[in-house]
Design a protein around this ligand. Sequence first.
Ligand code: NAG
Ligand code: NAG
Ligand code: NAG
Ligand code: NAG
Ligand code: NAG
Ligand code: ZN
Length: 333
Amino acid sequence: MASFKALLPLAVALPAVNAWGSLGHTTVAYIAQNFVCDKTAKFAQRLLNDTSKAYLANVATWADSYRSEPGGQFSSVYHYIDALDSPPKSCNVDYERDCSEEGCIVSAFANYSSRAFQQDIGIVEQQKALKWVIHFTGDIHQPLHVENIAVGGNLINVTFNGAKTNLHSIWDTAIPQKAIGNFSQANALSWANNLTSEIKHGQYKKESRTWLRGIDADDAVDTSMVWARDANKLVCTTVIPNGPDAVFAQELSGAYYETAIPVVKKQIAKAGYRLAAWLDAVVEEAEKHGHKHENSKIVKRNEPKLEPWMEEARQARRDFGGDCGCGLEEHVH
Ligand SMILES: *[C@@H]1O[C@H](CO)[C@@H](O)[C@H](O)[C@H]1NC(C)=O
Ligand SMILES: *[C@@H]1O[C@H](CO)[C@@H](O)[C@H](O)[C@H]1NC(C)=O
Ligand SMILES: *[C@@H]1O[C@H](CO)[C@@H](O)[C@H](O)[C@H]1NC(C)=O
Ligand SMILES: *[C@@H]1O[C@H](CO)[C@@H](O)[C@H](O)[C@H]1NC(C)=O
Ligand SMILES: *[C@@H]1O[C@H](CO)[C@@H](O)[C@H](O)[C@H]1NC(C)=O
Ligand SMILES: [Zn+2]
């Protein structure tokens, strides 16, 4: 693990990035706040030292700033998993194959879900862990964060409302913002409350029961792999149903947007609902059994170096200059 890190350029100039955009991430956190049980809310408020009405929402995008800060760059690879599938022919995620030794969103979700309860690492590390869990639950629901092709769609140039951008970026930001408006905390709150009522008594009422399948407080890897596979399938059905060439250089704010937006809304709703259920489950588990120190599944691979395709994927990301090129959004901090 360390030996590969040494090969990375020490200071990569990363563009301002906000996977799912601030709007998406903040909305996911607000939805989770609407569903967590009191015990979970208290745990999070105490740990984050924030009893405001935005205690989860306030930290939802921290991970995207932290990864471009000195000392935070190791966490950059934790925002995605490079699923080596062949969309649109076949979509799949394989933890053994796709999660490199240096980590990926699935191993990071597991690691930080556990560290959030680990008092011996100190309050600051515990806080970071919870902030990562909140953020990564959002990212793992963005189909292009669970896809290797063209650096997660970053190399697929497109235009949106006439502006030059790329496929990854529009899924993060432009598509949700076209529907909801630019990011503000108030806007995210309003969207979250709308999606919450869709879950409670609207269009998602029936299927939302199935969204919690596979949640197992003892197994964060299997839990987040269910979510990863779920989002990755959408790469084949919705993101590039006719392959990358069919969207390359196309204007996507019309028919493509109309097909994508219901999927984006549902993914944001799912992420928030699942985040609440996950936090409830791990808070409950920690209360019952105390923190368990084994995390046997987090790193399964023992190869001393990355496989050639993974090395290529990493190089492509470095060449691109980051892990996500969110061209349309001003950095909000
Ligand atoms: C908690 O927040 C309060 C008010 O924002 C601040 O004064 C205090 O120093 C914080 N405590 C810790 C432990 O961060
Ligand atoms: C878990 O997180 C800590 C703190 O960020 C990090 O040092 C460690 O490498 C991580 N472990 C794995 C297996 O990802
Ligand atoms: C995609 O756009 C970027 C940025 O404008 C540009 O550097 C790159 O050459 C384009 N890629 C292709 C394949 O046209
Ligand atoms: C959103 O922000 C962009 C860029 O700052 C701006 O051009 C646009 O007018 C804003 N849209 C709305 C609806 O406020
Ligand atoms: C939420 O729903 C209300 C009532 O339908 C609507 O006016 C508002 O624009 C919606 N908010 C967002 C952010 O979609
Ligand atoms: Zn991210």
